[in-house]
Ligand binder design. Sequence first.
Ligand code: SF4
Ligand code: SF4
Ligand code: FES
Length: 528
Amino acid sequence: MAKITIDGVEHEFEEGKNLFEACAEANGEKLPHFCYHPGLSIAGVCRMCQVEIEGVPKLVIACNAAVRDGMVVNTKTPRVRSTVQNILNFHLLHHPVDCPVCDQAGECSLQDFYMDHGLYDAEIDIDDKIDKGKVKPIGDLVMLDAERCVLCARCTRFTSEITKTHELGIFNRGNHSEIDVAPGKTLDNNYSLNTVDICPVGALTSRDFRFRKRVWWLDVTDSVCPGCATGCNMTIDHNEGTAYRFKPRENPEVNDYWMCDHGRLLYKRIVTDARLEHPTVGVGERREQSWWERAYRRVLELAESRTLVFAGSPHATLEELYALGRLAEAVDGRWLGARLSGTETGEGDDILFSADRTPNAEGIRRLGAGEFTVEQLREAATQENVLVVLENDLAGLAAEDSVLDGFAAVVTIATDGTATSDRAEVVLPTLKYAEKLGTFVNKDGRAQALNAAFPGPAEARDTIRIVRDLGEVFGHTFAWADTAGVRGEIASTVEGFGAISGGIGPQGVALDAGSVQPTPSGGEEAQA
Ligand code: SF4
Ligand code: SF4
Ligand code: FES
């Protein structure tokens, strides 16, 4: 370890640690900066992170310096301050200062640093500024406003170092240098919106999000992307029950600082025209809106002299799958499995995007909840059986509308209308991942927590409550009343899940590698 003094206070850091990071940890705030980003190589081009190091005659940029034992560093001297002020002034020389109409306002580093270090005196007349163009779409999702760019080269480093797609470059020289897409290219890779996140100013903005909501009106809730088995950590940025965007949340164990565009845009599927808002009873023309107790009683009637066959989903949480498994046991039902084999896969990449497009396939595997084939589904579809399916459009996935027709009836716990809910005698509306608590286990066996950003439709109920209520209707009382209770029972009773007993922090917890339960084949007794 190296002893280093920063602004008069002694600290200990690893010898060789990046000095920018050391100053941030020591002072609880980052030095002014545009080009430094911990997920990218050091560029050292913005010159904003100046510090004074005793014994070094010139000021030094902290992002390109390393901690050495005995170093004495000052970040707030008049010399540092005046240098940073002048560098910032230089960055602003040709900037249009169109903050009132810029959608980056509220999360713009240039604006923020200007409040602290601005000289508040324009040195160049607006008419003399170099015009670099405005509002140019450079891909399906990204808009470029080149005159706002501070040439920090974060976006170009991202496309050369992370995606290796090289769409962006800095063209021309001197005052005329500007960012643009390379000739013949567009910024359309599946990670393009990360350039918007890392652009410290309003030069790159999201065509999807821009001007839809000022960022200071947004509430931010930590969550996990449901788009594939990677489980990127993200925030749901929302206002008054509406999600406006997903943004990546740093987690070095999962997604570093990034997420893909496919996952990011899934926020659009939270509010849909197909949302199921009320319990219903009856199929086709007989379908009518119901009340919960009547819908539960209808399930009881359907189960009379028939067997309930249960199917889960890789989109359901660990707690929901476990609870449904306990219900299957309590009513002497059959557990079919929690995934229709061979469905919901696509092409992955070697950055983040997984071929498995479901968020909890590993949770299914570790619970031993199993998969089933279309053939097994067809075999189970008899007049002696009633299918109870949780968040799974089996009719749609099987691409065979009639696959459920052989069941005496279908009961679905679902969020949106689907080919399966169209065939259901009882529809029990439940909550989406942005509206509830729960756990997904990602492909590497990391348990990660969902949080409720906003409530669901007034009449929709949490699946744990629905399962508990159904248990009561069938004369069985479970020991748990909510998600936390189910999670506690999983931690204490299912081998390999002990790590979640102390709760799941914002970065998730790695489950014991040996925690996989035996997987039942379709139609065996409940193991979820
Ligand atoms: S567009 Fe943004 S990220 Fe790219 S160089 Fe300019 S300021 Fe930096
Ligand atoms: S890689 Fe997967 S988990 Fe990550 S953002 Fe994309 S879809 Fe979501
Ligand atoms: S942040 Fe250090 S030079 Fe840009």
